[in-house]
Design a protein around this ligand. Structure first.
Ligand SMILES: *Cc1c(COP(=O)(O)O)cnc(C)c1O
Length: 303
């Protein structure tokens, strides 16, 4: 049995004098608390896909990811909970022979069969959104398909019920990896409210195209209430510069909320950076979606 999610996830108001002085309010939408086995936005994006897999009687799930992919672990855990088979196609042929890292070990422990492919082939498969396989519901790398976007839109719908006057003053902020979470949040917001995505990797223009494409796939149209900031990726995917680490540790100390470093820390630091630079008008109410938990891993370097 896959345990149910705990919804709606809490919305908390932070006491942050540095932002209050600038007229900016900060709230956290604690999606990191959504589900015990399938963390954060991975739950939001998987939920409608899992429903579909069950409705169609698909015997298994197949997806794509890197050696430390949270999405891979999430799919493995979800499939296990539903009694489905799972296959993870992993970037990097050389990993087949190497001792498993903690992330791949967790996926295998949940019953996922791993297939290691050379990087050029992986890139080609990922760019195509995966390859059909008999008996499997195929999910793209990172899990962002049209159903995933609709799942992420539920975050905004919950927020609208928790903040009944959600509108012109509001900016809802989340990190951007593949863009599915941002696409869903933007689509789910009421008129006037805006979404701000913070890129965690170098992807100027490319990420905007991804989000617009996901909007067309999920809703048959584009939305004009979102943008992506590209100034807070800290040097690229998985890179956590000392300054960002310090910021995240300070935030954790002040607020007692664990801050996942590769995504959430970048979104949070963008809010503080933009507010300090005067780029958020006084009176702005910011809600940062806490899209996940710190890795349970071994703390060693990851890529
Ligand atoms: C996977 C992940 C993201 C990226 O979400 P996308 O929908 O791919 O943009 C953001 N935050 C956390 C914590 C994640 O694990």
């Amino acid at each position: 049995m896959l345990s149910p999610a705990t919804l709606p996830t809490p919305l908390t108001v932070l006491d942050e004098p540095a932002l209050a002085r600038l007229g900016v309010e900060l709230r956290l939408k604690r999606d990191d608390l959504a589900h015990p086995a399938v963390p954060g936005n991975k739950w939001r994006k998987l939920a409608p896909n899992l429903e579909r897999a069950v409705a169609e009687g698909a015997p298994g799930l197949l997806t794509y990811g890197g050696a430390y992919s949270t999405h891979i672990r999430a799919v493995a855990a979800a499939a296990q909970g539903l009694g489905l088979a799972s296959v993870g196609v992993i970037r990097g042929e050389e990993l087949a022979q190497a001792p498993r890292n903690w992330s791949l070990r967790a996926a295998e422990a949940a019953g996922m069969a791993l297939e290691f492919v050379p990087r050029p082939l992986y890139r080609e498969l990922a760019a195509r959104g995966g390859e059909p396989r008999e008996g499997f519901l195929v999910l793209p790398e990172g899990g962002s398909n049209a159903l995933a976007v609709r799942g992420a839109a539920v975050v905004a719908a919950e927020l609208a019920s928790q903040l009944p006057d959600l509108g012109e003053r509001d900016l809802v902020c989340c990190p951007v990896g593949t863009g599915g979470t941002l696409a869903g949040i933007a689509a789910g917001l009421p008129p006037g409210a805006r979404a701000l995505g913070v890129a965690v990797l170098r992807g100027e223009a490319y990420l905007e195209r991804e989000v617009a494409g996901l909007h067309r796939a999920a809703y048959g149209r584009e939305f004009g209430n979102w943008r992506i900031h590209h100034g807070y990726h800290g040097g690229g995917y998985g890179k956590v510069p000392a300054e960002l680490e310090q910021f995240a540790a300070g935030f954790e100390r002040r607020h007692g909320v664990p801050v996942e470093r590769r995504y959430v820390a970048k979104a949070l630091s963008a809010v503080y950076g933009l507010a300090t630079a005067g780029e958020l008008a006084a009176g702005t109410r910011v809600t940062v979606v806490v899209t996940g938990l710190p890795d349970p891993g071994d703390g060693l370097s990851r890529s």
